[in-house]
Ligand binder design. Sequence first.
Ligand code: MG
Length: 374
Amino acid sequence: MSEKKRQKTERAPFDPVRHGLRADFRLTRFTKLKGWCKVPQEELLKLLAGLGSSLNISDGESLGAGLDCCVIPTRHEGISLVQTTDFFYPLVDDPYDQGRIACANVLSDLYAMGVTDCDNLLMLLGISTDLSKPERDVVTPLMMEGFRDCAEEAGTSVNGGQSVLNPWFIIGGVASSVCAKNEYIMPYNAVPGDVLVLTKALGTQIAVNAHQWIEQSETYQKIADVITKEGVRKAYESASASMSRLNRIGATLMRKYGAHGATDVTGFGLLGHAQNLAKCQKESVDFIIHSLPIIAGMSDTAKIAAKKIFDFKLHEGFSAETSGGLLIVLPKEKAGAFCQEIEELEGMPGWIIGDVTSGNHTAKIADDARVIEA
Ligand code: MG
């Protein structure tokens, strides 16, 4: 095991007291929206139209603002710039983990294009004005350290960015890769008979919210019939580990197994992103999702929360994910080997969750879709 990996594995969970802060210090209190900060999709598309840039495909070599990255041919023959940006609010209480998650999330859009190497990373940081000076001095360096360590693990580094004071905490960045044509995969080559593979389980949004509910006894009582506090903590830890994990191996395997396209599952939820991907396909295809891998315990929690607290629309495919998995279109005969190899390399499985059929550029979740507890 490398020294860095060893340090990461052995790093103790964040304890505010050990850092001289109050025991009830919670990073997630310095924002109102957790894992849920997207401008609604219809509203966003209208706004993007105002930019005057192409939303999707143009000539087969460039890609505009509608999908994960822009792919822009440069003035240098055969060389394109693949670039993306993202930022959001803290959704976990460990500042170091939050930094890692933000970095993994920014890089994920490059990985969704099959790009495995990021040439430059910028960091965007808004430090909450609601933090006291001692809190700021503890939290900000830890968050930056997490971001930096994750960048290093991705084989890149942070060279620039911007930091400001702001009412809510914000963290994110800009990732850029200068690519030859064989170093990225355009997302629009699905054909009937292909299958859909997902590389991380769903349910991060419900897990981070449930983790807050267990500190609010009245709210926790509403879900107590279906999950113990210990169960919520486990789901939160698995969500946090999943969100911190890079999609880089997934990107490498996309190229190895000849993916026909991909996206990553983030703010619009599984179905929102599947619909976006279906819309941009060259062939008239539909995506039919038959399986929903969900972090253990979160399927039942989401169902009861929908009745008693808030409906995240997890089973409908619209619950936001942060730093979610890659949703990859693969030739059917390659998908099994892809899933097997990703499990060998990452220790976490991938799942075949759907089919590509002839259709009309839509995506849907089958009525009899089954939940896989992950
Ligand atoms: Mg994306």
